[in-house]
Design a protein around this ligand. Structure first.
Ligand code: GDP
Ligand code: FE
Ligand code: FE
Length: 195
């Protein structure tokens, strides 16, 4: 898809087909839910509906790729080799954006960046980054304690929703005693601790 072209219904259908081929039906339904939520937030906060739609549709494009493919991409495409110590959770957005660019021809930096940071957030986030980060958390298919509050926050104060999600995701990860990716901590320090 060329940046300068208008994103038509046909483009959307083709992109949806390509995304659907990459994942389970359950994950595909999640992706469509994220698109719905992202479009609503883009309308509410004045972001590009088109970019929100595309970023949402591709955000988990690489999630079912084998580890070896991410490891190879990290080595060949000049990523920080420290990434090799992490796993699919961290790779599928950050490294996956590289696959989206190569395989789907999506070159729009705003879309790629929103995909890169959708899991961990970042200290600095664009409006589109925030929309995808939050939409991923509140999409209609999500069902966990606190999701209703996140949905309510998202429609009144997007930054508050970013902070809420960041805090609760970190608490969840700490509870599971899994390693925290440094970027996740940077997001917490900026958006929750306001450091
Ligand atoms: P999904 O792809 O729609 O399931 O959602 P995300 O991309 O937001 O998250 C993918 C997974 O990464 C989830 O299980 C998160 O809990 C997890 N995750 C987010 N941040 C971190 C982190 O800093 N460390 C680890 N180990 N996992 C994380
Ligand atoms: Fe994801
Ligand atoms: Fe997702």
């Amino acid at each position: 898809m060329n940046n300068s072209e208008i994103y038509t219904e046909l483009d959307r259908e083709l992109l949806i087909q390509k995304v659907q081929m990459q994942m389970s039906e359950k994950r595909f339904r999640h992706v469509l839910g994220v698109e719905e939520a992202a479009i609503a937030l883009a309308g509410k906060y004045g972001a590009s509906i088109e970019k929100a739609s595309i970023a949402a549709l591709v955000h988990d494009y690489a999630k079912e790729r084998p580890d070896e493919e991410f490891q190879q991409t990290i080595r060949k495409e000049g990523f920080d080799l420290d990434l090799l110590h992490w796993g699919n959770e961290i790779w599928h957005g950050l490294v996956g954006a590289n696959l989206v660019q190569r395989e789907l021809g999506i070159d729009d930096e705003e879309i790629l960046q929103a995909m890169r940071v959708h899991t961990t957030g970042a200290a600095e986030m664009s409006l589109l980054d925030k929309i995808i980060y939050v939409a991923d958390y509140i999409e209609p298919g999500r069902n966990f304690p606190g999701v209703e509050q996140a949905r309510e926050l998202a429609i009144v104060d997007l930054d508050a929703a970013v902070a809420y999600e960041t805090k609760h995701t970190l608490a969840y990860l700490v509870e599971k005693e899994v390693p925290i990716y440094p970027k996740t901590l940077e997001t917490y320090n900026k958006w929750v601790a306001k450091k």
